[in-house]
Design a protein around this ligand. Structure first.
Ligand code: ATP
Ligand code: FE2
Length: 326
């Protein structure tokens, strides 16, 4: 029997999202994002929200796909990295579904799923990858069947840095889109810490300095300067990694990839270097169930399934631990 249909569930942090993918077609997708009432993402609250919405999300994707559930060949879920309580909630649902449908369980690395959906949707073949999200900021390339990390943040991810900065001004989570809007109105560049160490970067000092700067300067100007600074750091390391790995393709992925200024800066750098720049549809840059179902399908076809008893979640799972067999 051909193994072509996988149901995938994502829920490592803010977005509970499921999808059913058949070969290269999305049959259905549905999300119930968690929105904190105040402050940032609280792992236990988020997990409770995921648990409360699980039945609705799963039954909606099953209904919308318009297939007999018996035709589903595997159940994939984000096994890590992510927030422990959220991961456990999703894993419990995935295990139950795999037992119910009597199909294999597939534990997908969340970061690899961000990359694979980007490759699938853009047609990039062998790119260097800039993965920028809330918790992660990494420059990655596939080499010897592993997604090797060439540069990464030494402290917090660039998305969390932006969210932290915006929370100081009572902007609702996630702050990224709002800071982008404010930054568009900014005109004056204010000097902020620019921390690149070898192939790595750091953002936490930038957050503190930017919050301080906003006591004297307008929030528009500080937001503008924050973005210019943080994104230049990312572009610098990405450019160096392109030279080092000798790649002629760059793929942008992760929630912060939605930012138009970051895209613009990367595009200019890529044009200068004759590198093709690939950017997936915004909808699939942030966390989504399609990326889990699709990566799950690649893994299923390569025999990368797991036993129920081995399906413990992995909050600190790094993508270079996975041998890419597909
Ligand atoms: P991961 O586990 O991969 O780190 P995540 O939970 O951070 O995933 P994503 O959806 O990949 O989730 O990314 C969310 C982040 O993207 C948030 O920090 C949010 O502020 C940021 N973001 C979203 N839109 C924009 C934007 N337009 N500009 C800047 N940042 C943005
Ligand atoms: Fe993510």
């Amino acid at each position: 029997m051909n193994k072509n249909i996988v149901l995938g569930i994502e829920g490592t942090a803010w977005n509970l999202s499921a999808a059913i993918v058949e070969k290269d077609k999305i049959l259905s997708e549905y999300s119930q994002p968690y929105k904190p009432v105040e402050g940032g993402i609280h792992p236990r609250d988020a997990a409770q929200s995921h648990a409360a919405n699980m039945k609705k999300v799963i039954s909606t994707v099953l209904d919308k796909a318009n297939i007999d559930p018996k035709n589903i060949n595997g159940v994939a879920f984000s096994i890590g990295p992510g927030m422990g309580p959220c991961l456990r909630t999703v894993a419990t649902a995935a295990r139950a579904l795999s037992l119910l449908l009597n199909v294999p369980l597939i534990g997908v690395n969340h970061c690899i799923a961000h990359i694979e959906i980007g490759k699938w949707l853009t047609g990039a073949k062998n790119p260097l990858i800039l993965y920028v999200s809330g918790a992660n900021s990494q420059v990655i390339a596939l080499r010897n069947r592993r997604y090797n990390i060439y540069g990464e943040t030494l402290d917090i991810g660039v998305g969390n840095a932006i969210d932290k900065f915006s929370r100081a001004f009572d902007i609702k989570h996630p702050g990224g889109p709002k800071i982008e809007e404010l930054a568009k109105k900014g005109k004056k560049y204010i000097k902020l810490p620019y921390v690149v160490k070898g192939m790595d970067f750091s953002f936490s000092g930038l957050v503190t300095a930017a919050i301080n700067a906003a006591t004297k300067e307008s929030l528009d100007d500080v937001s503008f300067s924050f973005q210019e600074n943080a994104f230049s750091m990312l572009v610098e390391v990405t450019e160096r990694s392109l030279a080092y790995t000798d790649r002629d393709e760059l793929l942008l992925t992760g929630g912060v990839g939605a930012n138009s200024r970051l895209r613009e800066m990367l595009k200019i750098m890529c044009e200068d270097r004759d590198v093709r720049f690939f950017v997936p549809d915004k909808k699939y840059m942030g966390d989504n169930g399609v990326m889990i179902a699709y990566t799950g399908l690649l893994m299923l076809k390569s025999g990368m399934t797991i036993k129920l008893e081995d399906s413990t979640v992995r909050p600190n799972f790094r993508q270079d631990e996975v041998v890419v067999r597909w």
